[in-house]
Ligand binder design. Sequence first.
Ligand SMILES: [Zn+2]
Length: 309
Amino acid sequence: MPPGVPHFSFLDPYRIRVDDFTTPRDPSYESPALYLLSHTHSDHVAGLNAKSFGSRVICSADSKHMLLNYEAACDRIAFDNGGKAEKTKPYSHLKIDPMLVSDTREWVYRDLLRPLPLNTPTELELSADVTVTLTLIDANHCPGAVMFLVEGPLGNILHTGDLRAETCFLETLTRNPCLQKYIPPPVSFSYETLSDREKPLRTLDAIHLDTACLLVHHDILSKEEACEGLVKLMALFPPLTRFFVNCWTWGYEDILKAVGRAFNSKIHGDRYKYTIYMGTSDPSLRCLLTKDPSSTQFMLVKDGIVATE
Ligand SMILES: [Zn+2]
């Protein structure tokens, strides 16, 4: 988690830790019963690159794919330019396919990232007497990014991770069947005939929300408005203009989709970007990229560096 998150990033009172996989040098720290990973931005994966990390982590299937195949920019550019013989994947140790150790003749296998489907409540045992129901919900942030709804005997908690709380996204949340029981209707009548556990309308005991970007004093465009403005600007250029689209960080995919749809064109991406997007669950991303630079005038670049493949 970003620096400054209290309580070692635990979802108190549960022994669940979110987006922090380091081991604090603090005598009061106790290992969690369960780790959660909301998405793969670098400030949310601290500690996962340690070879000594050996705990189970719940995440989305897209986050698992992206993390296992992650390559730092300098490493992948060096590999693609022939400066390195092998790809460097700093999180690949989290999954080891079955292999026979010659010394001991024992099979070794590990797969620490456990993906759960979205909008599917799943029971997980934290201890002999505490079982929670965990639901992953899309966070409108980047591929694979999710919120976590934790429901159990010690309370009901929503951890949002990073999310873009634009109006259309919030409206979809009000219709999410996993969240509707926490959203009061515009009109309600209470006859007090049911116990709290039986009532269709529940109360969240806590919402964990990163407020770092809530403190700005200007209106922020919705994704749709921002993308529309961008493609209108691009359309002002002559028809055969080559565009180098510098939106490399995960989370700018709506720009790529908007450009692809507005100009009815594919976008060139290099080996790495192509591999990542082709492995996600988003069909519109999977059909957007091409590895043939001669087939499009739109090139995905990193800090001005044009992919060579
Ligand atoms: Zn993020």
